[in-house]
Ligand binder design. Structure first.
Ligand SMILES: Nc1ncnc2c1ncn2[C@@H]1O[C@H](COP(=O)(O)OP(=O)(O)OP(=O)(O)O)[C@@H](O)[C@H]1O
Length: 339
């Protein structure tokens, strides 16, 4: 592994009685990288963060800045644990002053408050803040020593969409300035946007590591066109007579799987879309919706963990309304998986 690594782990193992939390995890994270850790509940993400920060003992070797985490210069490391409860009867400003006072040098609390969007709530007790505001305060505490290495265990849980985007912009700026970030999250859009590389943990093992694009290309599966049809109006058993949606699409050369109220065509490229729509229109087939979906990190997650969940948007999905034919972009993916 490279000597340039800010974080390096070799063959980490950790068990709690019969529960294997880490089962041979090795990784190397270079300076300035945002490394996203994803995986189902109980996969070992928090245990890995704790191992990398020296807050739990593990078998194997961990190095941060080339030394054991317990030996590393703590002024260079920021940690936002998954569960962190600072004193309730302090305000965000007081919390930042307090935690900043633990270091020889700390950032100006006002600047940190601005970074995490708490300037207006700076003088309210922590206990009176909303859940998302509390989480922002906790993120601020992790930033107060201006760390070179930042561990964030589910940092945006409970933070509203605008606040999440603000925080993402902040983290992108930190990474651009050379801060190394280890981020665990159940939000696939968060990880897909922020992470240079992603590690997927399952049962204590890193089962895939790569850039989001590489993981999607390798494990994401094909793009899909789903045509929503009135179940009664389309004949799922149609074999290409041109009178049903399935037949029309098959007649145009598409491999169609017909289900209850929907026709699914896999591997449709953007260039194929117009042909599919034309085939349906030419055959006079009525349809309720057309949804074209590119695979995203969420598909990688679902495929590699074998998990399924209902009602989630998929990153990159766009829809064409069957009524007026206008293309529209689906709401940005905000699926939280594994919860
Ligand atoms: N202190 C502990 N004592 C006993 N078992 C533990 C302890 N900490 C974690 N475990 C177990 O180790 C496994 C990994 O837990 P961990 O918290 O690392 O998972 P995670 O991926 O962070 O999960 P989540 O997404 O729910 O936060 C789980 O089976 C968990 O029950």
């Amino acid at each position: 592994m490279s000597d340039e690594s800010v974080v390096r782990a070799d063959a980490l193992h950790k068990s709690y009685d019969d529960t294997v939390a880490l089962d041979g995890v090795s990784l190397s994270i270079p300076r300035g990288e945002v490394f996203g850790l994803i995986g189902p509940n109980g996969a070992g993400k928090t245990t890995l963060v704790r191992a990398l920060t020296g807050t739990t003992a593990v078998e194997g070797e961990v190095r941060t800045f080339g030394v054991a985490p317990t030996e590393a210069d703590r002024s260079r490391v920021g940690l936002l644990p998954q569960e962190f409860g600072p004193p309730d009867r302090l305000t965000p400003r007081e919390l930042l002053e307090y935690y900043g006072g633990l270091y020889d040098e700390a950032r100006d609390p006002e600047a940190v408050l601005a970074d995490v969007g708490l300037t207006e709530e700076a003088d309210e007790w922590y206990e009176t803040l909303s859940g998302g505001q509390r989480r922002r305060a906790c993120v601020g505490i992790a930033l107060v020593n201006d760390p070179d290495l930042l561990f964030l265990d589910e940092p945006t849980t409970g933070i509203d969409p605008a606040g999440r985007r603000d925080l993402w912009t902040l983290l992108e700026g930190l990474a651009a300035g050379g801060t190394t970030v280890v981020l665990t999250s159940h939000s696939m859009d968060e990880v897909e946007r922020l992470a240079d590389r992603v590690g997927l943990l399952r049962d204590g093992r890193l089962v895939a590591v790569g850039t989001p694009a590489d993981l999607v290309a390798e494990h994401g599966g094909p793009s899909r066109l789903v045509v929503g049809v009135d179940a009664g109006a389309d004949d799922p058993a149609a074999t290409g007579d041109g009178e049903s949606g399935a037949g029309a699409l098959r007649g145009a050369g598409f491999d169609v799987e017909a289900g209850d109220g929907e026709l699914v065509v896999e591997g449709v490229t953007p260039a194929d879309l117009a042909g599919a729509v034309a085939a349906l229109d030419d055959a006079g087939v009525g349809y309720e919706s057309l949804t074209w979906t590119e695979p995203g990190l969420e598909d990688v997650y679902l495929r590699l963990t074998g998990e399924r969940f209902e009602g989630a948007f998929t990153p990159g999905a766009s829809a064409v309304d069957g009524e007026d034919g206008r293309a529209s972009t689906a709401p940005e993916a905000d699926a939280e998986v594994g919860r």
